[in-house]
Design a protein around this ligand. Structure first.
Ligand code: ATP
Ligand code: MG
Length: 414
């Protein structure tokens, strides 16, 4: 679990603001749900036989003996909240969420125990149009963040029924090669064989590559659904790769699944993953409700932005006020408030905690401010302020305190 330090937060804020702004433009509204949910919710939604539920959840009993879990992902809580508050009754919902998620994984680059996701869910739309729009939205996000070179991988998981037929074929194939299966996969052969395709074990790569493909088991409707999406992507000029092994870690997906992958981060290359999950709401006790969504792993996007040098400059104040002596310090705070009132856009830092001229100028310089506003004994006595340029070769001026706001405004407007 990591601290995000002040030097790093401008990049985080830039990322979060860019995402928020884009989601809003597509008509999505934010939902905020608790970080803790009943353990049962995740078992029922994500599925008992998944990495997350089997070995990654932070689960504990509270004082009442209820089993609670720190959320490992955002969809379950979002669906629970929507059901609880009747947001899914005969209506379309476009929602997004963000926040920390918790998984007890082996920490490594791009894989942490507390990490952050921003995700989006669209409920009530069964057709491929919304799948396509959601994917195009993610493509636009990379564009607006200045990220190039991510690969879009897509696949269709068909319907539960289509998967059942496929599952039998897959199990038969895997049984014929049982000696090549690792321990996890052997266990999953019964409980969740599709997840074997998702295995990260390199020793199984060959076996998985030669397995029968789910694509060939799709019915007419699923195939059309998928083709409309690939047609739309092509029409929008968006490149994609069909990856028949893409099954996603979670059980509740149906039809469309997609991932955005980068080769810049080594093994942990998936920066965004999503798909359609038409079965989930019903699985959690609601009425059947079509749904599609995705989650972005923010740490991984941050890492990509860093490798691309897309780091915004640290925000600096416009001005740093240097105050000499107790009387000036006291008056300086009041003057600063007047300036902030007159110029809401002004970024102004006032020296607090005293210090010599030299020490205060050092702080002024370190703050990155463009100007120093100097309130010494002389200035205080004459009702004036000296304005000194810290980064430009321009002459120092003395300005009457009544004119200072106008003076600064003209400088800010340069
Ligand atoms: P993986 O196969 O890498 O374990 P996953 O299938 O568990 O991924 P999802 O549950 O789909 O991942 O989560 C969506 C995204 O969240 C991932 O694509 C990734 O960017 C990010 N993510 C997931 N787990 C972690 C983690 N432990 N640390 C950092 N980011 C993560
Ligand atoms: Mg995982």
């Amino acid at each position: 679990m990591h601290d995000i330090l002040p030097d790093q937060s401008p990049l985080w804020q830039h990322l979060e603001e860019t995402v928020r702004n884009l989601f809003q433009r597509y008509g999505y509204r934010e939902i905020r749900t608790p970080i803790l949910e009943m353990t049962e919710l995740f078992k029922r939604s994500i599925g008992e036989v998944t990495d997350i539920v089997e070995k990654e959840m932070y689960t504990f009993e509270d004082r009442n003996g209820d089993s609670l879990t720190l959320r490992p992902e955002g969809t379950a809580g979002c669906v629970r909240a929507c059901m609880e508050h009747g947001l899914l009754h005969n209506q379309v919902q476009r929602l997004w969420y963000q926040g920390p998620m918790f998984r007890h994984e082996r920490p490594q680059k791009g894989r942490y125990r507390q990490f952050h996701q921003i995700g989006l869910e669209a409920f009530g739309m069964p057709g491929p149009d919304i799948d396509l729009e959601v994917i195009l939205l993610t493509a636009r996000l990379w564009h607006e963040l200045g990220i190039e070179g991510l690969e879009l991988q897509i696949n269709s998981l068909g319907t539960a029924e289509e998967r059942r037929t496929y599952r039998e074929e897959l199990v038969a194939y895997l049984r014929r090669h049982e000696e090549q299966l690792d321990e996890d996969s052997r266990r999953r052969l019964e409980s969740n064989p599709l997840r074997i395709l998702d295995s990260k074990n390199p020793e199984m790569a060959e076996l998985i590559a030669a397995a029968p493909s789910l694509m060939e088991y799709l019915g007419e409707t699923s195939r059309e659904h998928f083709e409309m999406i690939t047609r739309g992507l092509a029409a929008a000029g968006q490149e994609y790769v069909v990856n028949p092994r893409l099954v996603r870690g979670l059980d509740y997906y149906s039809r469309t699944v997609f991932e955005w992958v980068t080769d810049r981060l080594g093994a942990q290359g998936t920066v965004c993953a999503g798909g359609r999950f038409d079965g989930l709401v019903e699985q959690l006790g609601g009425r059947p409700t079509p749904a599609v969504g995705f989650a972005i792993g923010l740490e991984r996007i941050i890492a990509v932005l860093e490798t691309l040098d897309r780091v915004p400059p640290a925000p600096a104040p416009d001005a740093y006020m240097v105050v000499m002596g107790e009387a000036a310090a006291e008056h300086g705070l009041v003057l600063a408030e007047r300036l902030r009132h007159a110029l809401p856009q002004l970024k102004l830092q006032v020296n607090c905690g005293g210090g010599s001229f030299k020490a205060q100028f050092k702080r002024a310089d370190r703050s990155g401010a463009r100007l120093a506003l100097i309130l010494g004994e002389d200035e205080l006595a004459n009702n004036r302020v000296s304005v000194k340029w810290l980064r430009e070769a321009r002459d120092q001026e003395t300005v009457g305190q009544e004119q200072l706001a106008d003076h600064l405004q003209s400088i800010l407007g340069e």
